[in-house]
Each structure stands twice: as C-alpha cells, then as structure tokens.
Write a protein that binds this ligand. Structure first.
Ligand code: GLV
Ligand code: MN
Ligand code: MN
Length: 413
C-alpha cells in the first residue's frame, strides 16, 4: 500500500483508552493511577501484554521505564521513540499521559497489521512517575534516563506515608535489570492532550509546542506554637497557618508583580495538628513557578523568598525552605516541530505553533535527542481533573500525525 494513505485505527485506539480508563476509575469519571500503586502495576501489565501481542521486544529498566521495541531493517541504527506516562494525578483524567502511550502503541499496531517495515527500529515507552504527585519530582525516571537526576537519590524519595520509591518499584514487580541510561535516539515525539484552552479557542486540531516552560519547585516548612484556641488571646500568637496564608497570597500576586510571562501556584499544603480548636504549629506547602524565561522565574523566587522570610519573622514562625527541583525551559528541535506542522497540513488538520505550560518527559528527552510534541485539544481546557476530556476524532487526528512523523523519522538516515 501507498504509505501516505496509512491511517491508525481510531476504534482500536478508543477501545484501548477505554480499557485503560477502567484501571483506577474514579466515581467522577476520571482515573486515579498514582505511580507504583497496584493500579499502575495493572495498567503496566496490560500495556506489556499488548506490546507482546505485536511481537515487540519488551525491556524494563531499573527505574521501571518500559520500552517496547519493534525491529527495523537495520537494528544498528538509532530508533525513533515515542511514548508518555501511564501514571495519573490523584483524581486525574483519562487522557493525560495514557494518550501518548496508547497513541504510540496504536502506531505500532497499525504498522504491524499492515506489515510495514521501517529502516530504523521503533520504540514505545512508558516513563515511570511523570506526575511527581506521589514521589517528587515529576518526570523522575526520564530525568534519570537523561542523566539529569541520580538514580539512587530517586530510589530514596518517600511518599507522604513514608514508603520508599525503590521499595514500591520492587513491590509492583517493575524494577527491571536494564540500566536506566540514555541511549542514542534518532527522534522522539510525544503525543499529549494540550491541558489548556488555546487549541479549542483558536479552533485548531493540532498544536506543535515550540518547547516547555521551566518548572521550579520549592517546599516551605513553617513552625508555630500550638495552643488552645479559646483562652489564647489573638495578640502574641505564632500561628503557622496564618503565616502560610499570607505567603500564599504573595505567590498569587507574583506573576503580576513580575510583569507576566509566568505562572505561580501553591497546590499542596499540610497543616498540623489540623484540629479546629488548636492553633496550628506546623505547616508545609509547595510552590510551583513556571516561565519560558528561567531568569525571570529565578528573580521572582528571590523576591518571594525575601517576602516569606519577612512574614515568618512578623509571626514569630521559624521557616525552612527547600529549593526542591528545577528543570530549565526546554526549546524543542525546530526541524521536528516543523515536521509536526507539515504533517498536520498534509493530513488536512488545522494546526498551530504553541508552547507547553505543562511538564512532560519530553523536557528531559530533549536533553538527549531531537524532540517534539503533538498536542490535541482539551475540552474546556480542563486537565488534572476527573472531567478532563478530549474528542475521539481529535485523538485519532493526533495519532495520525504521530504515525506519519514516526514513519518519516524511521525511514531517514
Ligand atoms: C505535570 O503534569 C506537570 O505539568 O506538573
Ligand atoms: Mn502528562
Ligand atoms: Mn499530568
């Protein structure tokens, strides 16, 4: 058959996504498949089964990344690679991550059933712990693969209940033997939902992000003085939660103060002892700052840090700040980004150049090999929530773009 007429099987893609959405399904229509939980294991097992059905060679590395390889004519050539993540946010959506894994699998299934041989091998990957909500940081295992994060440090991360990353990896049976280390890759494409409103607003079907914003994460720990709320006068209190509240408002005002081009969020907070009639004596909260301009984000943090210290002093609440994780903004390979736009044009899909505000494993693969992403619209721009949704036709369109980007990469020398 003429390869340019090749298309993915939309129905099969939908059925695979629906099957995956049953694993960790939540009452509100989303999924909760936190990394290295039993749900993650169940979804991984199904993914591996599907890879074996199309005769892929499956390799699991020591960070639990799963690679399914479809041989090419010349297996000494660097493969083209595509994938994303199977894990989700707590009460997350049915498309974030899994679309990129099922999309890449669908491409390989399409090539398999049409007996298409490519020059280069093709690899589908599931990266472990992209979300970073159970074990920080995000994109952890692609970070180890890219040699930006140390494996043993990653192994020692603990979740909120004290469970260690490596122990959980062993427990679910996905601590593989292969070293988690970058290998030559000819091109990496990641299909993903946009997770924002712009494609929908612009009435475009395909987005090609020029890259990903920087992600800077901080952890703030405040100590106060606990006491009975009734008899303790308002003046002279050391209320760690009130100090945190003032700090959170500073975070909210930060992008405006810096002149835009950045976002700043407090998404997680723990308050102790968390009783309505005890003045809080311990608070932990997180800060997430993102921008295309790393320097702006760093300057913003300098200001914020000074504000935090002043607020802590006013309340008499000692503060400890951890600069937890930073990944720089990641401009993608211009040729690959262009190819996404060209393929979308060839297939007749309205498209646009855009930027990714969400973090992706592509940020780390971009350190290692030419990288680009393919975005499809998120209905209402909603993501990391149970009602996250995308049209099946849009997923199909994104997957067809992925198919032809991968095919052209796999046949060039
Ligand atoms: C990952 O999903 C992120 O953008 O934080
Ligand atoms: Mn994602
Ligand atoms: Mn996500």
């Amino acid at each position: 058959m003429n390869r340019s007429n090749l298309r993915v099987n939309a129905n099969r893609l939908r059925l695979s996504l629906e099957e995956m959405a049953k694993i960790g399904a939540t009452p509100g229509g989303g999924v909760q498949r936190l990394t290295l939980t039993d749900e993650d294991r169940q979804a991984r097992d199904l993914f591996v089964k599907w890879l074996l059905e199309i005769e892929c060679k499956v390799t699991v590395d020591e960070m639990g990344n799963i690679f399914g390889c479809r041989p090419g004519k010349d297996n000494s050539l660097a493969p083209v690679m595509s994938g994303s993540h199977i894990d989700s946010q707590p009460r997350g959506g049915r498309f974030d991550g899994i679309l990129g894994v099922m999309g890449a699998l669908e491409v390989l299934r399409t090539l398999h059933e049409n007996k298409v041989q490519t020059e280069r091998p093709m690899v589908v990957v599931d990266w472990t712990n992209e979300e970073g909500s159970r074990f920080y940081p995000a994109m952890m295992a692609s970070g180890v693969w890219a040699e930006a994060i140390q494996r043993d440090w990653a192994y020692d991360r603990r979740d909120i209940t004290g469970k260690r990353f490596e122990d959980e990896l062993v427990r679910i049976g996905y601590k593989g033997d292969a070293p988690c280390r970058k290998f030559p890759v000819h091109a990496y494409y990641e299909l993903h939902i946009e997770q924002g409103p712009m494609l929908e607003r612009q009435q475009k079907l395909i987005g090609a992000p020029k890259g990903i914003l920087c992600l800077h994460w901080y952890d703030v720990h405040l100590s106060g003085e606990a006491n009975q709320v009734g008899p303790t006068p308002m003046e002279g209190r050391h209320d760690a939660l009130v100090a945190a509240a003032e700090m959170i408002l500073k975070v909210r005002g930060l992008p405006g103060r810096m002149g835009g081009n950045m976002v700043a969020t407090v998404g997680e907070i723990q308050n102790y002892p968390n009783s309505r009639n005890i003045i809080p004596d311990r608070v932990h909260f997180t800060v997430d700052i993102r921008s295309w301009d790393d320097d702006l984000a760093l300057r913003a943090w300098d200001l914020l840090r000074k504000d935090f210290e002043a607020i802590a002093a006013t309340h008499g609440c000692p503060i400890k700040i951890d600069e937890t994780w930073r990944v720089g903004h990641s401009p993608f390979d211009e040729i690959l980004v262009q190819r996404v736009l060209e393929v979308a044009d060839e297939l007749g899909y309205p498209n646009m150049l855009w930027v990714s505000g969400a973090g992706h494993d592509a940020s780390y693969t971009n350190h290692v090999c030419p990288t680009a992403m393919i975005f499809v619209p998120s209905i209402g721009g909603r993501s990391h929530v149970e009602i996250e949704n995308s049209r099946w036709e849009d997923c199909e369109a994104g997957c067809n773009v992925l198919l032809h980007c991968l095919l052209s990469g796999a046949n060039e020398f």
